[in-house]
Write a protein that binds this ligand. Sequence first.
Ligand SMILES: [Zn+2]
Length: 130
Amino acid sequence: MTNFKFSQRSESSLVGVNPALVKVVRRALELSTVDFSVIEGKRTVERQKQLVAAGASKTMDSRHLTGHAVDLFPVGGDWNNYKCWLPVLDAMHQAGKELGVPLRFGVTWTDSPHDKPARFLDAPHVEIPV
Ligand SMILES: [Zn+2]
């Protein structure tokens, strides 16, 4: 058990996120061997439109719009190496199992961060699937 604590920015990013997912994120911070931030949670339609226009997102059906997705960033993480996310995703995976909350990971787009990495992987992204 570690003693990481979310910054104010992470707490702000959790506002409006599905309560079950917030519980998983908080439990994951207790379990994780690596400190991490919540960089994004619930998104407005306007923000999603901007991201799609910029090519940063492919869909207007994002789970962020309903607060069922979060984007996480490991402290000291390297955007060019998805493996930096694995300790954080492992903690999320374990927390989801403990709390009985189904998750889908943007690194694989499956329910496990250890399946084959997706061609269009989105390492920070974890969602409760539809
Ligand atoms: Zn995301």
